[in-house]
Design a protein around this ligand. Sequence first.
Ligand SMILES: C[S@@+](CC[C@H](N)C(=O)[O-])C[C@H]1O[C@@H](n2cnc3c(N)ncnc32)[C@H](O)[C@@H]1O
Length: 290
Amino acid sequence: MNKPINEIIQGNTLDVLKTIESNFIDLSITSPPYNKQEKQKGWLVKNVKYDKFRDVLSEDEYQEEQIKVLNELYRITKPGGSLFYNHKIRWDIGQMYHPFSWLEKSLWTIRQEIIWDRMIAANIRGWRFWQVDERIYWLYKPINNNKIGEELESRHALLTSIWRFSPERNNPHPAPFPITLPVRIISSILNDNDAIVLDPYSGSGTTLVAAQLLGKKYLGIDISEEYIQYSNNRLLNSVLEKKEVEKELEKHLVQKTFKQRKTNGENVGKFQTNIQKEEKIKFATGKLDF
Ligand SMILES: C[S@@+](CC[C@H](N)C(=O)[O-])C[C@H]1O[C@@H](n2cnc3c(N)ncnc32)[C@H](O)[C@@H]1O
């Protein structure tokens, strides 16, 4: 069994994952192909067509394959580790396919569903309200069956369960996500610099560049040599993307954990009457009489 680090492996993800040692990865972030059948998307957005494979499985085959990939990812993730899985709700001739239907069949604990508001719709026909959202599932591998895990520091948690930023535009890959996405995840979840971040469908290498700039180790897998070459080049020049990373980190502002604020008697977001608030202000400014 292999322990690859700081490289991108070319191959079919499921085959490659099977060669990797169990309990090895700390965090994975990925956006798999969506099985979009390569259909015309509408006027606004280009059709998604990949270099080395066709996104045209039957829906049953697709979901079965995704469950196998998810379960291999679970095996190679350390207990207490996470997978952030970006996907979306799809429709095919009126039939809705929701990622939850195959995620709940995998081994992972579903810790949160995050809405990514991309602020632009891929298809602007009027069959339904314009779909501007994608989803990011935080999937968790419990330690000793504890499905809750550790508390996030509030400076991250305050970013809420709705993430609002645009899709990536300056990238020749047909379906990249913006670097803000993996930067937000890595900086919120991983403090340990020895940690390894994996993207099993690494595409143009966005997750890997984010991991490198945040001082973590990375591992990528993709079927396309062309995308791997592009990613390696991006990793060599990652300093050019530092500004984008800093822009995201500035949003993680509040310093104390919920527990620290509670212990100090500071605001924990609980309802307060106006009188209580006034008293707190007077106390803080030294104007409260005892
Ligand atoms: C949605 S893209 C990922 C884009 C990436 N998040 C980025 O920011 O560039 C999906 C990627 O999966 C790769 N891919 C598709 N099927 C694969 C398979 N069976 N094994 C490995 N890679 C695959 C495609 O080549 C494509 O680059």
